[in-house]
Design a protein around this ligand. Structure first.
Ligand code: GTP
Ligand code: MG
Length: 200
């Protein structure tokens, strides 16, 4: 899949029904402003394939990026942004839940958390929903470039403990230094090569 980053095609921005592309799909989820779109750009080695913003809540639809005929990246709307009205929060929750429960080709959800912060209940809820639906997940701790060496181990250990992650997770990641890019790609490719999750 990594070899196909130069055959990038933006499939579009979807609020409702998604097109069936029949390709292994990898979704990127996490709190608003955590760095999902930036991580996607880092993996795709593009400056702005996915739109990033310092204003939380930028990505409100599901954006699909097709990598040749190798697979698809789905940039999901961020959750947990306090300053939006409740009906918008409800809409996001519904968009994500319906995506997770119906997307047939979904192989992996990359759950991004901010390495500097204590993991939140919403992240826990998402991970739990993935476990319940037997959807593989990969926890990635973003913005590690903003952590001092001395804080780094402690923060990563806290995330690992909180979510009872297996060794090797969370993957330390930075869209600024590109740290973790290969490790995330390895996990994505392993998942993309795996079996489909749902009977079609
Ligand atoms: P929504 O679409 O609103 O949910 O946000 P998002 O999760 O897609 O975040 P986005 O990629 O737009 O990044 C949010 C802000 O964090 C931007 O100002 C980015 O430049 C910054 N950012 C993202 N990743 C990193 C990182 O690894 N290191 C640093 N220092 N800043 C980052
Ligand atoms: Mg985004």
């Amino acid at each position: 899949m990594r070899k196909a980053i130069h055959q990038l095609h933006f499939e579009g921005s979807f609020h409702g029904e998604l097109p069936e592309l029949g390709l292994p799909e990898i979704a990127f989820a996490g709190r608003s402003n955590v760095g999902k779109s930036s991580a996607l750009n880092t993996l795709l080695q593009r400056k702005r394939a996915a739109r990033t913003s310092s204003t939380p809540g930028r990505t409100q639809a599901i954006n699909l990026f097709r990598l040749g005929d190798a697979g698809v990246f789905a940039d999901l709307p961020g959750y947990g942004f306090a300053k939006v009205p409740q009906h918008v929060k409800d809409k996001w929750k519904q968009t994500i839940e319906s995506y997770l429960s119906t997307r047939e080709q979904l192989r992996l959800v990359v759950v991004l958390v901010d390495a500097r912060r204590k993991p939140t209940a919403l992240d826990g809820q998402l991970l739990w929903a993935l476990v319940e639906q037997s959807i593989p997940s990969l926890v990635v701790a973003t913005k590690v470039d903003k952590l001092k060496r001395s804080q780094r181990g402690k923060q990563l250990a806290q995330i690992r403990r909180e979510f009872q992650l297996t060794k090797g997770q969370p993957i330390a990641f930075s869209s600024v230094t590109k740290e973790g890019r290969d490790a995330v790609w390895d996990a994505i490719e392993a998942a993309a090569a795996g079996p489909t999750l749902r009977r079609v």
